[in-house]
Design a protein. Structure first.
Lengths: 204, 174
């Protein structure tokens, strides 16, 4: 190696050491992107905080419990809205593949602010008030009591499912996320729900 | 004459009663409408304040502040707002207004605290940046200075070595 080559080597080594000395300052100014994926989780657990013992056969004005949970992995504190909806077998459902929400209006909205990398859970106690019309073979709802809130369900009916022998309704929760850019909530492509069988006094 | 007067008086009385009752109905309707308008306005104000408070919390978080306490209170404000919506739908505008105002109060507190936290976090960030910049500048000066010294020493050693390898003329007297 001649002197010129040694000089180049010295300059490169000095530049390398200079970069190391500048790194703490650069780390504060230049944002380092986190390689992890950004997403949210939505779950529904049974009354024992396990994915089991979900209510299925329900009776009018009887209390049932589930636990609703949200996990935030978005990289920032998020403002969520959970739309509580109920549908019968023929009404609009949220679509998992097309990532579209149900076009039914929400019975109730739950807002949740969740810090990054944290979870938020809400125990839900609900009871449906309904009557059975034997002539029309249908169950007509009049209210839903959800965590002490009385919600009107006057336009909700379920007809008898001949194939599966029951009055089946789907209580589901859609997750919406507040978007600062558009100043509105946008459907966050996540939903959970449970199917319920509204039993009536004659043993159905 | 007396009969006519009594008849007119009774007519007048009926007219007066009708007038009073219609006025009271009109007044109560106007009052209900006024209450509804107040409740609508309060809910709308609380909803906007909630978004505004969230934005302030988001900015505080981006500045490096710990916002978990503020988020817990925003959840409380969101609960009040949900109550306001329910009371509104039930037609109880007094309670709807009351819960919307409760929500608004919490939101304003959160927003102000978020701005304070943001400024505090920004101040800490700036002082940290100054410290790191000072360390970096001192580090760069040391590296460059030591580099020059090392290079000078190396160059001298190199020249000495090269000169030591120079062929020497040896006298051949024998």
């Amino acid at each position: 190696m001649n002197l010129e080559e040694y000089r180049t080597l010295f300059i490169v080594a000095t530049l390398g050491l200079t970069l190391i000395a500048v790194a703490p300052t650069l780390g504060m100014i230049v944002p380092i992107p986190s390689g992890s994926e950004q997403f949210s989780e939505l779950w529904l657990l049974g009354p024992n905080h396990m994915a089991e013992d979900y209510p299925f056969n329900i009776t009018s004005n009887h209390n049932y419990s589930v636990v609703l949970g949200i996990g935030n992995r978005l990289g920032y504190c998020a403002y969520y809205l959970v739309e509580v909806k109920f549908r019968n077998q023929t009404q609009s459902a949220p679509h998992g593949f097309n990532r579209t929400p149900s076009n039914l209006s929400a019975l109730f909205n739950i807002t949740a602010f969740v810090a990054d990398e944290e979870i938020w859970e809400l125990p839900l106690t609900f009871s449906f008030g309904y009557t059975y019309n034997e002539t029309l073979s249908q169950v007509k709802f009049y209210n839903l009591a959800l965590n002490d809130f009385e919600l009107d369900m006057k336009n909700y009916t379920i007809v008898w499912d001949v194939e599966n022998d029951g009055f089946f309704g789907n209580l589901f929760f859609e997750l919406w996320l507040y978007n600062m850019a558009s100043s509105s909530f946008q459907y966050h492509s996540r939903f959970v729900g449970i199917w319920l069988n509204a039993t009536v006094s004659n043993g159905v | 004459m007396t009969k006519l007067t009594v008849k007119s008086a009774s007519k007048l009385l009926v007219l007066l009663i009708v007038l009073i009752s219609s006025t009271s109905i009109f007044m109560s309707k106007a009052s209900a409408s006024n209450l509804e308008d107040t409740a609508t306005a309060s809910i709308e104000t609380a909803e906007n304040a909630l978004v505004s408070a969230y934005q302030a919390v988001l900015e505080a978080e981006q500045a490096g502040a710990n916002v978990s306490g503020l988020l817990a209170r925003l959840n409380v404000a969101g609960g009040y707002l949900a109550n306001a919506h329910i009371w509104y739908e039930l037609g109880d505008f007094d309670n709807a207004t009351r819960f919307a105002n409760l929500s608004y109060d919490v939101e304003e507190e959160v927003r102000n605290e978020a701005y304070e936290l943001k400024n505090e976090a920004h101040g800490l960030w700036v002082s940290d940046l100054w410290l790191r910049m000072t360390i970096s500048i001192v580090g760069v000066i040391c590296v460059v200075f030591l580099g020059f010294l090392a290079w000078g020493a190396f160059k001298r050693r190199y020249h000495k070595r090269i000169l030591g390898m120079r062929p020497k003329v040896v006298s051949d007297e024998s």
